[in-house]
Ligand binder design. Structure first.
Ligand SMILES: C[S@@+](CC[C@H](N)C(=O)[O-])C[C@H]1O[C@@H](n2cnc3c(N)ncnc32)[C@H](O)[C@@H]1O
Ligand code: SF4
Length: 409
């Protein structure tokens, strides 16, 4: 049997409050009422981290992501205190990427200097669109001028590594308007751009009462294709379904998720995924979603929303759900080391995906569809073991169908 080898480790920290809940958003975010308990929440995060530490003894953390909710509601002192406590407990790689999500309606002068001094070296701005009417319809708390001001403040504080989140296929949006949003974003010189199609998520206001004028699937696809071309022209390489980066500026944190890497999930509703070399299994642990319930229980097992070992027959699906989002593809060797399964476990769906033209082989003429370890050739016949499998353009259009092949019976 191939051995499961623990992959790189990241740390996700969830900060669950927002000024106002956006009508399209199904993230674990709660409208702030009155003063937020910043200190008590940071204390809870530290207790939570202490409890999860035995899962990752001795391992190096390669990235940290403060996500939300709206992490930029937290003062720099709170972020600083958490990072200090975390670095007293975990070993961080010297060049670890530390990202903080920012809503441009919450930023104030001086705060970015504080985040930088605390060790944050990457920001992600939720801008969504530069069209002020559209921002209102999306229930955003900022206009486009505020968004631009927030980015400039961050640049003045020395942040050049930042992402801008944009959404497209907005109610009433034309192709020209979606393209114009990109031009406005490019002018701010982001290192990274996330370009999401607006989706109507269950349990949101938009789902219950869909806004008028949402572009149909064909128009949305058209927008995506035109925007992809504009992004490419502007020097942004698409490396995932919705993620585009300048050379060398991919999000290390998100890449680790998509490569089926490991992550601790700390905070209300946070999800973690941790592989154990000793136990040869992959665990998912997640925390209570409600901020007060989470704070009350943090540090004890009562704070778990769940804590499960992923069943072996589910691992191929979970692996593909992540890997097939990436344009770079995967190798059978990585599949084996990250799931602990033999490559033969995915022989059948892999052949189907190749035959349907959803996946292609690159960088190797190795065409027997299963791992060399399983048929004992160990490379003796000289065929290429470094080959990758990656989604074709067709496969990228039908990602859900491709991933479903790996669900098993
Ligand atoms: C947790 S939020 C980010 C940061 C911050 N809370 C903000 O909104 O400014 C992550 C991003 O997910 C995207 N998003 C949220 N809900 C979405 C939806 N229903 N469809 C598409 N994208 C969505 C938005 O672009 C948003 O910026
Ligand atoms: S600010 Fe961000 S996390 Fe909060 S409700 Fe809006 S989209 Fe969701």
């Amino acid at each position: 049997m191939p051995a499961l080898i623990p992959p790189p480790l990241s740390l996700y920290v969830h900060l669950p409050w927002c000024v106002r809940k956006c009508p399209y958003c199904d993230f674990n975010s709660h409208q702030a009422k009155g003063e937020l308990p910043f200190d008590a929440y940071i204390d809870a995060l530290v207790r939570d981290l202490d409890q999860d530490l035995p899962l990752v003894w001795g391992r190096v953390v390669h990235s940290v992501f403060f996500g939300g909710g709206t992490p930029s509601l937290f003062p720099a002192e709170a972020i600083d205190r958490f990072l200090q406590q975390a670095s007293a407990r975990l070993r961080f790689a010297p060049n670890a990427e530390v990202t903080l999500e920012t809503n441009p309606g919450t930023t104030e002068h001086g705060r970015f200097d504080g985040y930088r001094a605390a060790g944050v070296n990457r920001l992600s701005f939720g801008i969504q669109t530069f069209n002020d009417d559209a921002l209102k319809r999306l229930g955003r708390i900022h206009d486009s001028a505020e968004a631009e001001r927030a980015v400039k403040m961050a640049q003045d504080a020395g942040f050049d590594n930042f992402n801008i989140d944009l959404m497209y296929a907005l109610p009433g949006q034309t192709l020209a308007a979606a393209e114009h949003d990109l031009e406005r974003a490019f002018a701010l010189q982001p290192a990274h751009l996330s370009h999401y199609q607006l989706t109507l998520e269950p349990n949101t206001v938009f789902f219950a009462r869909p806004p008028q004028g949402i572009p149909d699937e064909d128009s949305a696809w058209d927008m995506q294709e035109h925007c992809q071309a504009l992004l490419a022209q502007a020097g942004f390489d698409q490396y995932e379904v919705s993620a585009y980066a300048r050379p060398g500026r991919q999000s290390a944190h998100n890449l680790n998720y998509w490569r089926f890497g490991d992550y601790l999930g700390i905070g209300a509703g946070a999800h973690g995924k941790i592989s154990s070399g000793a136990e040869q299994n992959v665990r998912r642990r997640w925390k209570l979603k409600h901020p007060q319930a989470y704070m009350d229980a943090a540090g004890s097992p009562a704070s778990f929303g769940g804590d499960d070992i992923i069943a072996a027959d589910r691992l191929p699906f979970e692996y593909m759900l992540n890997l097939l989002r990436l344009h770079e593809g995967f190798s059978l060797r990585d599949f084996q080391s990250r799931t602990g399964l033999p490559a033969a476990a995915i022989d059948v769906p892999l052949q189907q995906a190749l035959q349907r033209g959803w996946l292609e082989r690159v960088g190797g003429g190795h065409d027997h569809g299963h791992g060399c370890d399983d048929h004992g050739c160990a490379g003796a016949d000289g065929h290429d073991h470094g080959g990758l499998l990656r989604p074709t353009e067709l496969g990228r259009r039908f990602t859900n169908d491709v991933v479903e092949l790996f669900l098993g019976e």
